[in-house]
Write a protein that binds this ligand. Sequence first.
Ligand SMILES: Nc1nc2c(ncn2[C@@H]2O[C@H](COP(=O)(O)OP(=O)(O)OP(=O)(O)O)[C@@H](O)[C@H]2O)c(=O)[nH]1
Ligand SMILES: [Mg+2]
Length: 380
Amino acid sequence: MPVDISWIPGDSDLLVTIVAGLVVIGGVGAALLGRSRKAPPREAPPRRDDAAAAAATTVEEAPEEALEEAAPAVETPEAVDHRFGRLRRRVGTTFGQSLLAIFRRGSLSQDDWDELEETLLMADVGAAATDELLADLKARLKADPDGDPRALLRAALLDVVDPSLDRSLALGAPGDGELHSAVVVGVNGVGKTTTVGKLARVLVAEDRSVVLGAADTFRAAAADQLETWGARVGVPVVRAYVDGADPASVAYEAADRARTDAAEVLLVDTAGRLQNKQGLMDELGKIVRVVSKVSPPKEVLLVLDATTGQNGLTQARVFGQVAPLTGIVLTKLDGTAKGGIVLAVQRELGVPVKFVGLGEGADDLAPFDPAGFVDSLLGD
Ligand SMILES: Nc1nc2c(ncn2[C@@H]2O[C@H](COP(=O)(O)OP(=O)(O)OP(=O)(O)O)[C@@H](O)[C@H]2O)c(=O)[nH]1
Ligand SMILES: [Mg+2]
């Protein structure tokens, strides 16, 4: 019986059909991938208004070798939900045990109270938070003389940490169609750049689109360091390629890029040192002002190194003069046995600790969990 083969195309027709089919399949695949993984943002068209003019040394003029470097594999950051639990044992504190040893003696003599005070001060709790904690404890013991000292101490510590504070990042919600910006400040070496990189990972894990601004032009390697963090999670980094470029211009260019890309979050890294303190404060003020032209910073995050204790706090107060601080990121909590600094920081700066750095690993940044923190202080 003869078979009708008239529908089969000739050789050249067949090729066209196959190619067209592949193009359609490829197109659909790309569209699907594009939905689950954001497409790399396009280059921002150069803007030439006043603030951007001075930033001519940013992305557009990347030296060729920088562009030729092979793109590293993009990593998938760990989700943040259980990070604090995972990292909690790194809060290597001894002071919780010292406090409990004092409580085990039964009713407290004046010497015991003095020892208690000394233990708290030694653990970087700070004078004001120590007074508050001792007064709270005394009140609790008076109201409940037969209560479990450990439970009373836990409650008093939790009171000072204040679980009622809003510790969420004020960077909007995924898909709200707005650009939210954050500026990260702090003295040199505390972990600002690392924190910006880790925060970018936290945001990417939440499927937010992020742009990073390397507004630390004081140190040549600072932008490279941030670029490495950005590349690891596939986030664009706006930077200068010459030493001593104007940091505010880079910050503006980054904000402009974020706006052009319709990104959801802009994170700006800043320098921690300059020739003098006033110079640094002026520069940070300028960065906040130029970013505000595009997207007023919802977060001005102060990074503090937990291992520097009260010294870090003294320096930190100055930063509040630049712009109202909205949150603290306390880094290197894994490197101190004096976890009490958390209590001092909040009490003395009047700003909540929002994140804690608990290691050098890329995902070793956790949203601060007051109850989990107090439990780790007490060795639970
Ligand atoms: N153990 C530990 N190390 C950390 C943490 N956060 C940052 N570091 C380390 O601290 C060092 C300084 O970090 P950077 O991010 O470069 O600090 P910075 O504030 O940007 O420094 P400057 O740009 O010089 O002002 C690096 O070696 C980081 O790996 C942390 O939570 N724990
Ligand atoms: Mg830095």
